[in-house]
Design a protein around this ligand. Sequence first.
Ligand code: GUN
Length: 285
Amino acid sequence: MVISGTQLAKEIKEKVRSQVEEVKTKYGRPPHLVVILVGEDPASQSYVKGKGKDAEEVGFKSTTILKPETISEGELLELIKSLNTDEEVDGILVQLPLPKHIDEEKVIETIDKSKDVDGFHPANVAALWQKMPCTYPCTPKGIIKLLDKAGVEIAGKKAVVIGRSNIVGLPVAKMLLDRNATVTIAHSRTQDLPKVTSEADILIVAIGRPKFVTEDMVKDGAAVIDVGVNRDPGNGKLCGDVNFEECEKKASVITPVPGGVGPMTRACLMENTLECFLKKQNKNN
Ligand code: GUN
């Protein structure tokens, strides 16, 4: 079974959209998401465009701020601080990666925790790892929702996550652990990776290499979630970290690229923005 992220994302966004209608009447304005893009990386441009499009679709106020590659770290931090104090901004997202002269950690730390719709702020990360209330990072949250939608049992299962980034690998491993999976975090230097992955009931792949996971690495009946977005060096087309044609035969469920995790990340960003908005309104009233 191929799980459509596009379809589930549509359902989630529809739910957000109807809640936005309600909150507009109740609080006098819709949630406002601000996305900052530094530089002109085509992949980042396309991600940011998708986020703005989804924000408008659910009825948010959406602002995209484009800054040149040459912006100084200080200027970027000042921009974030001014958005932090703006009462009518609910969510702030700075698209990563940033140019090398800008310290990403500093940028993430500067975003007010209550407006951190990405869930990247260190206070948010700490809350996640301590099982405290937190904003769940969008891609891991989307992955768990996809598994649930597909009816994949998580508790008691063996999950293998390939990749250990702050954005995907580490948080998704923690979220699977909290759902009582037994989790292995593997990476490019894991020895005999096929042996490790072929024991996985749930295989999450976020290594960033085109068609890295082949048939021999997948257990029969496994659920395979492909977080990769790559260009196929052969034909230049978009492809995942999983060789879909090969692995589809073995997996019980598998996500496509495009149309799998990508749309779910954006739908969860919409949910997170609405949550941040509601938290603020409930504090003020
Ligand atoms: N770059 C790749 N994924 C993400 C994401 O989820 N959020 C941000 N801000 N940048 C990213």
